[in-house]
Design a protein around this ligand. Sequence first.
Ligand code: HXC
Length: 531
Amino acid sequence: MTITAQRFLITKVGNMDTKQQLEHLLQLQAEARLGGGQDRIDKQHAAGRLTARERIEMLMDPGSFEEFDMFKTHRCQNFGIGETVFPGDGIVTGHGTVNGRIVYVYAQDFTVLGGSLSETMAQKICKVMDLAMKNGAPVIGLNDSGGARIQEGIDSLAGFSDIFLRNVMASGVVPQISAIMGPCAGGAVYSPALTDFVVMERLNSYMFLTGPKVVKSVCHEDVTVEELGGADMHSTQSGVSDYAAESTADAINYIKRLLSFMPQNNLESPPIVPCTDPIDRHSDVLRDIIPANANAAYDMKQVILETVDNADFFEIKEQFAPNLIVGFARYNGISVGIVANQPAYLSGVLDIDSSIKGARFVRFCDCFNIPVVTFVDVPGFLPGTAQEFGGAIRNGAKILYAYAEATVPKITVITRKAYGGAYCVMSSKHLRGDINYSWPTGEIAVMGAKGAVEVLYARQAKASGDAKAYLAEKEEEYHEKVSNPYLAAERGYIDDVIVPSTTRARIIKALGLVQNKRDSNPMKKHGNIPL
Ligand code: HXC
């Protein structure tokens, strides 16, 4: 059913008795809930996509959603659009609860003019964002839109800009999460990009600045919608998306899980949940997890799973830069952000992508009072022209900056390598790490023993007659004297060398120790993170 401007305006409520007025209201609500009409709802379903209201229903606790501005309409008269007015326009906005906690939500309604953004829709979005900011609750945006409403021109662009401004103002004040459940093109992508987390539906969604046709005409490249801006690309290559969801239900569950680890706003602490996992649980797996060969890989995820409550780790950006693992977990019911080098992928080296990934995650945790637990096994920064040309210096500095400026509790466990600049970066004592532990297998040095002796003894090795044996002996000596955790422990840069199997208990104790931590940075407008 299409509700035209004419029908919507000529209703004369003044002539109705109370019963008729009520019936009239219910009729208007029913019509508004049809969005762009049953035909377009059917089309949306046939494309395997839910409507805006169905998505909101899936997200919110049953019966908790209350809608704002259901009858707000657009005012544009250009290109005949004044003849077609849909109550609520192309967006459903309001508030409700998710697992008992208030959230504000907006969901673009593709059945109304392709969910294209009008001045009116922007006003509706801004209203919920302003309320969320004032009242300290997260904002969830469910995106499915053809971008700026073409008929409106500047009014639509102004609307987008108003939203962008609020995204920026809300950043670090209330959590903002975006789900991409349909098209998201043009400048419209920047609103999700400004939010804290982005989840994309694998089969239905895409995000790009310009579509395949423009790419073909400008760059002479043939590319499909999925290749250019699909969920898989954004979750593995660009890093725009934190998760490629298999379905709408999967995307919604991801949002709910995310919310469960976060406080409502930057003035609160994350919720503490009852812990059913013994806090002093030892792990024999950790005793033997480090391979005898220092260059052999092992799976750092296992270390994380062995130590966190109930082996429950919620990984973020799992497919992007897997050499660094980031995600949320709990220790004794306390939410933490975990950052860990992954020796099982590229030896856990830090590179451009992993530095950006880690920096952004640490900064999120710092905004929202979530302690950061860091597991370190890192051979250094990835060398090579590709990295240097790509700005490894500028980008590597991001993670350093993020750790240094973070004032949340920071607990660090070095499991094996902590070489060179990467030692400094990974939540070291020098960057205000609160409690820094190492396993006895820790190797804290400028570089690995092999590389070190090759630099130091190249001339002597050549002269010795048996370079290999000479270097092997020196390597052994370097290991003994330098590549261990005890030099750092002697200087107090490591607070203790701990028994690996007790790691969980030690982290929980450390978190308890720093739970009332107060630290600050010098007064300034804001820092100038290397972007
Ligand atoms: C007005 C729009 C619209 C738009 C879609 N519609 N996009 N109306 N403004 N931007 C309308 C269509 O006319 C159609 O109306 C209905 O929505 C459904 O669209 P279809 O094309 O039939 O759907 P589909 O085949 O699924 O294709 C979806 C689409 C396509 C890929 C999104 O509609 C499309 O390419 N739209 C234009 C995308 C675009 O270029 N947007 C501007 C981006 S620039 P009827 O009445 O026929 O059902 C931008 C600048 C933002 O956003 C800058 C911010 C700073």
